[in-house]
Ligand binder design. Sequence first.
Ligand SMILES: Cc1cc2nc3c(=O)[nH]c(=O)nc-3n(C[C@H](O)[C@H](O)[C@H](O)COP(=O)(O)O)c2cc1C
Length: 223
Amino acid sequence: MNHHPRTDFDLGEVDRLLTTTKQVRQRLDLTRPVPYNELLECIDLAGHAPMGGNLERNRWMIIDDADTKSAIGEWFAAVGRPYLALNAEAPADDRSRRVMDSASFLIDHFTDVPAFVLAMRLDRPPNHSSQGQVAAYYGSVLPGVWSFQLAARARGIGSAWTTFHLEHEAAIAELLGIPTTVTQVCLLAVGYYTGDTFMPAPRRSAADVTYLNRWKQPVPAAK
Ligand SMILES: Cc1cc2nc3c(=O)[nH]c(=O)nc-3n(C[C@H](O)[C@H](O)[C@H](O)COP(=O)(O)O)c2cc1C
């Protein structure tokens, strides 16, 4: 156990959760349904994420009906396939090639994914929004999506954040009976993951991406 002297959290476990919650596509177990109560538990936990004004304007939908998945899958593929084909033309490093393979896999197996969790907000982004309004708008719903992914990962459930379908937001809203006043922000593909764990991906260090007081001014290592 790696307890921080000032808290009772097991930091080793917390940090492992934060570094190994990956976007899971090829390792989704397509044969095993995910019980609704598990998903509701994750949504309950996601509800604790911060929201501007604490307004609780987020809504969720679990989608596991085969015909509905297949209809959304067609729109998803209609955007995803050309996007990936375009990216395949550009020379990519190994890491982005793996992401593209994984994204193609999801397109090919969309209907077999046990469930999708659609994250929504009860209103539309303000018209002609300022940058600040846009930041506050999405900032009030996306932290909950990440909390959902963390809570799911801790329960053996993998998820993958997707947005391809959003090009067809209106058609999907009509299919699902979602009012035009509601905004879809992302669709999580969800399923138990296969294998035991995930490895953290290489990421740039904090020192590399953090400045002190002034643009590009490095933070001294020890203070
Ligand atoms: C805002 C956002 C939108 C994304 N949209 C898609 C998508 O439409 N399709 C898809 O396969 N992956 C999508 N991804 C996942 C990324 O392509 C990529 O797999 C991920 O960021 C890599 O993260 P990882 O280190 O957790 O695996 C999206 C991720 C984010 C944060």
